[in-house]
Write a protein that binds this ligand. Sequence first.
Ligand code: CUA
Length: 179
Amino acid sequence: MSAILPPADRLWWKQSIDKTEWMWIFLAFTWAMIMFFMMIYWHINGKQNLSNEVYKTTPEAFAAKAEKFIAANTVRTETEQNIPVVKVPEGGDGYLVASLWKWSPILELEKGKTYKIHLSSMDYQHGFSLQPVNINIQVLPGYEHVVKMTPTQSGTYAIVCNEYCGIGHHTMLGRIYVK
Ligand code: CUA
């Protein structure tokens, strides 16, 4: 029996399985099982797991918390739109609001310190993509996603929205400064 020619015997499914085929079935099954258990293994031992801390919220409640945070910690404003640059208190909480089509505020962090960054959306689904480190988080209205982060390198990081959110999607950029 070959894979190119049609089976000679019309009742091919009644033929016994060839040794070579059993070998491939065995290899594919073994590999699938290895990959399956790797999912569990990496969840426990991997270093890139996102925190699963998520709370239900409302855009109004989240905006109120973010506004309070911005009012208390703004150090200056930047760009023509006067986006506040907010220094997140050491070891504390920072709030990042996604809305059509901006990320606000600009967060300022310090290298080696750990922060809890709260993410939520005011309107539709957005995607938090942190470049160049390539961290991806879905940002949804009604959900407050809390991400623990400890920046290891100083510099300017870009936040790119990677979930299509309408006509201004490509302009939805934000920034995080690490000193
Ligand atoms: Cu927000 Cu695309």
